[in-house]
Design a protein around this ligand. Structure first.
Ligand code: F6P
Length: 543
């Protein structure tokens, strides 16, 4: 892949490339030593969040050039176009209007449809919470099982888990996604059929995993509770843009909440797909989550580019991916309630921008979405941080931390570890310092020389630190919207459509053909020798 990044004929791309050349010997520690106000200049707040981006491999000139590059692509206009509902998803000829779902002004596109959907959602949630909604034996619902996958699972699960502290305690929410039945059965083992409500979340209502899990759940329910056969509506809800298909499954129209083609799956937690969140925390807290996202949407639209959190983060991403060769990015929440956040972000970032054809239908010759990964901390410190500190890769890190979750002996340790890691990644520790320490402790110079080779930490690794006071619904809403918009800004600069995902289709299609060959004899489908060999081994194992 040609690594030269030249998005338009504007001279800005050459200026950025030249500037990168001039930063060959960039050392973060030197920059902090040279400018005691670096932190003051390079941290910014907006919509409930504070971003410290001072530990990045940038100078003020770098940022000026990156902002100029964004301006040269009319970023402000592109943001406005997305939010007003232009068809930014060009390949599917539709808008991407997740922002409308958290716009409380009443002026967003489709405002009336959105209001109607949320009214229906609220009515259902209230009925379940009050005990008015009963299972087919007349008992109130105590357990809700969300069956969905991808965007119909990751967002709702991540938010429900993160906001456990705001739960109304009316129902327990469970999440099932995988086609491996172990997932479903591990939940069915915990619930009683009389008091369980299944929510089938699928925008398309064609997704194999979701439909198979829904079918098995229905069979389980009816086997345990024969009365449920004629009362599917008491135990099943659906959220889908295909109410007809939900109807074919046996879910009455009254129990189907709408989804629309103008909401991408990975952005759908803001729609009725988020009903399991509301089942847990109530509609009031779901609305607080939406409010937080709306605050970030407003910041995104109104803040100048050099003070704009999602824009700054995206520009730093471009700097690393297209000028420093970064292919991977770690997201490390120092907040246990964000434990599913990295997984959620994997779909958001990689399904959106893992593309290699641009908006002009031309092959892309520069790198796009880096691999996003991470885990909740401090767990990662005891596994992969070795690679962050001493590996050969170039991996920018996002640290995310809560400042004041309440009095607790643990929290200051957690935060201290967060700050220590970004400090260590930046400063490292030199060969000379380690050698001196070892010799002071009595080691011979020869041994200390060798030992110091293995113990030195190069440092100069870039990171962002995003902090907030407390993980409230508003803060979480802002945090999710921050990353959504960051992904959008990246897509503008990479000139790609962030809202389609055709790449996932081929494997789905082949799996149907393989399935036919696995379970039925006499199919004509022929695969490569490896696949055929493995099918043969499977058949032998099953015989
Ligand atoms: O296969 C990928 C995908 O289409 C995602 O984009 C989507 O979030 C997920 O599957 C689930 O899709 P659906 O909600 O239509 O079941």
């Amino acid at each position: 892949m040609n690594n030269t990044f030249k998005q338009t004929d504007s001279p800005i791309w050459d200026e950025l490339a030249d500037h990168r050349q001039s930063q060959q010997n960039f050392r973060l520690v030197e920059k902090f030593a040279e400018d005691p106000t670096r932190f003051d200049k390079m941290h910014v707040s907006g919509a409930n969040l504070i971003l410290d981006y001072s530990k990045n491999l940038v100078t003020e000139e770098t940022l000026t050039l990156l902002v100029k590059a964004a301006e040269s692509l009319n970023l402000k206009d592109r943001i406005a176009a997305m939010i007003r509902g232009d068809k930014v998803n060009t390949t599917e000829d539709r808008p991407a209007l997740h922002t409308a779902l958290r716009d409380f002004s009443g002026r967003a596109p489709f405002a009336a449809d959105i209001d109607a959907a949320f009214s229906k959602m609220k009515a259902i949630v209230d009925q379940v919470h009050s005990g008015q909604w009963m299972g087919c034996t007349g008992l109130r619902i105590t357990d809700v099982v969300n069956i969905g996958i991808g965007g119909s699972h990751l967002g709702p699960m991540m938010v429900t888990d993160a906001l456990k502290g705001f739960s109304k305690g009316a129902v327990k929410c469970h999440f099932v996604s995988n086609i491996d039945s172990t997932d479903l059965h591990s939940v069915l083992d915990l619930v009683a059929p009389e008091v369980t409500l299944f929510i089938i979340c699928s925008k398309s209502f064609t997704t194999l995993e979701t439909l198979q899990n829904a079918k098995t759940a229905k069979a389980w329910l009816e086997a345990k509770l024969p009365e449920a056969k004629n009362a599917t509506g008491k135990h099943f809800l659906a959220v889908s843009s295909k109410s007809g298909k939900a109807g074919e499954f046996g879910i009455p129209d009254t129990n189907v909440l709408p989804m629309w083609d103008w909401v991408g799956g990975r952005y759908s937690l803001w729609s009725a797909i988020g009903i399991s969140i509301a089942m847990s925390v109530g509609m009031d807290n779901f609305n607080r989550l939406r409010k937080g996202a709306e605050a970030m949407d407003q910041h995104f639209q109104s803040a100048s580019l050099d003070q704009n959190l999602p824009v700054l983060l995206a520009l730093l991403d471009i700097w690393y991916v297209n000028y420093w060769g970064g292919q991977s990015q770690a997201v490390l929440p120092y907040c246990h309630r964000l434990c599913y956040f990295p997984e959620f972000l994997q779909q958001l970032t990689m399904e959106s921008n893992g593309k290699s054809v641009d908006m002009n239908n031309k092959p892309i010759s520069y790198p796009t979405a880096p691999v996003t990964w991470g885990t909740v901390e401090t767990n990662g410190q005891h596994s992969f941080h070795q690679l962050l500190h001493q590996g050969t890769g170039f991996i920018p890190v996002d640290f995310i931390a809560e400042l004041n979750p309440g009095d607790d002996e643990h929290h200051a340790h957690l935060l201290a570890n967060c700050l220590a890691q970004s400090n260590a990644l930046m400063n490292g520790k030199s060969h000379e310092d380690i050698k001196t320490e070892l010799m002071d402790a009595g080691m011979t110079e020869q041994n200390a020389q060798v030992q110091a080779m293995h113990r030195q930490i190069p440092g100069n690794h870039p990171s962002n630190t995003i902090v907030f006071e407390r993980l409230t619904p508003e803060v979480l809403g802002s945090l999710i919207a921050l990353y959504e918009h960051r992904v959008f800004v990246q897509s503008v600069i990479w000139n790609i459509n962030a809202f389609d995902q055709f790449g996932v289709e081929l494997g789905k299609k082949i799996s149907q053909q393989v399935y036919t060959k696995l379970v039925e004899d006499g199919t004509d489908a022929e695969f490569d020798a490896s696949t055929e060999g493995l099918i043969g081994i499977y058949k032998k194992a099953k015989s």
